[in-house]
Design a protein around this ligand. Structure first.
Ligand SMILES: NC(=O)c1ccc[n+]([C@@H]2O[C@H](COP(=O)([O-])OP(=O)(O)OC[C@H]3O[C@@H](n4cnc5c(N)ncnc54)[C@H](O)[C@@H]3O)[C@@H](O)[C@H]2O)c1
Length: 473
């Protein structure tokens, strides 16, 4: 009898460790021919694709805002200027931040939020209410996916600050939950809405740059003055523990839109490489005391290269600890033109602009067009979604106006029942770099075959189109 029990216990153990292993493999990778190959799990039967998903129109969008630190407070300042939405619920770990946000609403002449929540699990009560349509999240990275999943499970659309997820497993959690619950899951990648990027996107779609063959984007921002401001030290905690591009979406988001990622092309292979943590270690030694952080993980500069199915390349960089001036790079190289955003916005249209005769060593020959020519061209190609709201966006502000355009578009699409500008696959693809870059670096910069979050549907849509009502097209 005893022997039978022991055998049964061993069998149960083997079964549980086997099902555990299967779980890991489902979202994990194997190494084949010196490449790390990520698995793309089959779509469960109770889920449907969210490509071009449109929900029922919402007459007036009731917003629950979770996370009222630096970023969430910015949203409190913007939402009162959006006609078809109201912040009805506020939630933060700290009740005093909820009260501060109520004060801002009052100051702007907007109604105080009806519901207030605080504490670590206050968001659960918020999500359980049935009179909230959209949960808007501006909490530390580590909480994005767990709260978003909980919100969708409770019937809410979600908008999540960047990056939406910190692991491949979390990326799939967002995709699976959105597909199963039929709720929107949009990452709030505001840099897609900056004026230069939007205009370039329109120019690309009108063929001004020819075929776009290479794009670059980055997040180079010296965070030295800000490290102490993140609640509970969440940001430095993440950086000191992780290699890789931990904040990739400002760089990669806008350029993926430029080359129709999962709307005709897909990212196939990624390679990442970082420097040592020269400044990172020094900053940690100063903040925590020498030797407390034995080895600061995040390299001072991280570079990532990606090749797409259609033979295009992407370069993404991350650098938050050196005095390198702020730079999101944003470069577009096409067969007929070139755009560059930092440090000066420049456009060059190749052969049309070359002065004749050109000496081989005349390096100024293929120069950028003049500022006046650039401005005239850009005015001509202003993106249709910016037309009509760009002045208001600049007045309301939020990184110069792009944050307002983002919120405005989110509410516009929900109000009219249109597909959102960024879908759950964008959120997963762009956020997936957090884990993929770390894994590549941890394997000596080994190439990674990336997962396909659309599960083979990357070629179903013909390019990126922001939804607009007929009369505004
Ligand atoms: N898109 C952008 O331009 C941009 C700019 C800054 C920050 N962000 C993103 O916004 C997010 C927040 O960043 P931040 O700078 O505001 O950080 P922060 O530390 O200032 O704010 C985070 C807030 O979340 C609250 N919080 C923590 N745990 C919570 C919980 N369980 N429930 C409710 N609230 C909780 C904290 O109390 C704090 O008020 C991050 O994801 C960050 O990457 C984006």
């Amino acid at each position: 009898m005893k022997k039978i029990l022991v055998l049964a216990a061993l069998a149960a153990l083997a079964f549980s460790s086997c099902s555990k292993k299967e779980k890991v493999d489902e979202y994990g990778y194997t190494i084949k021919d010196n490449q790390i190959v990520y698995n793309t799990p089959a779509r469960p039967a109770d889920q449907q694709s969210m490509l071009q998903f449109a929900a029922e129109p919402i007459e007036h969008v009731r917003v629950g805002l979770v996370g009222l630190g630096d970023r969430g407070t910015g949203a409190v300042y913007r939402f009162p200027y959006i006609e078809d939405a109201t912040i009805v619920a506020l939630c933060d770990l700290m009740p005093e931040r909820v009260e501060r946000a109520q004060g801002i609403l009052e100051e702007l002449g907007a109604p105080r939020a009806l519901y207030e929540f605080s504490g670590e699990e206050g968001y659960k009560e918020l999500c359980q209410r049935d009179d909230i349509d959209l949960v808007y999240l501006a909490v530390p990275w580590q909480l994005h996916t767990p709260i978003a999943v909980y919100a969708m499970e409770h019937g809410k659309h979600v908008a999540i600050e960047v990056p939406a997820a910190t692991s491949i497993k979390e990326c799939w959690d967002l995709v699976n939950t959105s597909e199963r619950t039929r709720k929107h899951c949009m990452m709030l990648e505001n840099c897609c809405y900056d004026f230069f990027e939007l205009t370039c996107l329109n120019m690309i779609q009108q063929g001004v740059f020819g075929e776009v063959v290479h794009v670059e984007g980055s997040y180079c921002h010296n965070l030295d003055p800000y490290w102490d401001q993140y609640q509970g030290d969440w940001r430095m905690t993440y950086n000191k523990d992780h290699h890789g591009d931990v904040y990739p979406t400002h760089g990669i988001g806008p350029v993926c839109q430029d080359i129709d990622i999962h709307r005709g092309d897909k990212m196939n292979v990624l390679v990442s490489m970082d420097t040592d943590a020269f400044n990172g270690q020094e900053i940690a030694d100063k903040r925590y005391g020498k030797g407390v952080v034995e080895k600061y993980a995040n390299g001072d500069n991280t570079m990532t290269f990606i090749r797409t199915e259609k033979g295009k390349t992407i370069l993404v960089e991350h650098n938050v600890v050196t005095p390198r001036p702020y730079n999101r790079m944003y470069q577009v190289t096409g067969t007929k033109g070139f755009a560059n955003k930092y440090p000066n916005e420049g456009l060059a249209l190749g052969a049309d602009m070359v002065k004749a005769p050109v000496a081989y060593d005349d390096l100024d020959a293929e120069e950028y067009m003049s500022d006046a020519e650039r401005d005239a061209l850009m005015a001509l190609y202003e993106h249709p979604i910016a037309k009509g709201i760009s002045e208001k966006a600049k007045e309301v502000g939020g990184h110069g106006g792009m944050d307002f355009i983002m919120d405005y578009r989110l509410i516009y699409c929900l109000h009219h029942g249109l597909p959102l500008d960024q879908d759950v696959y964008d959120a997963a693809e762009w956020s997936s770099l957090v884990e993929l870059t770390e894994v590549s670096i941890n394997h000596g910069s080994m190439p990674i075959v990336m997962p396909d979050f659309t599960r083979g549907e990357w070629n179903k849509l013909d390019g990126l189109h922001f939804a607009l009502l007929e009369e505004e097209n």
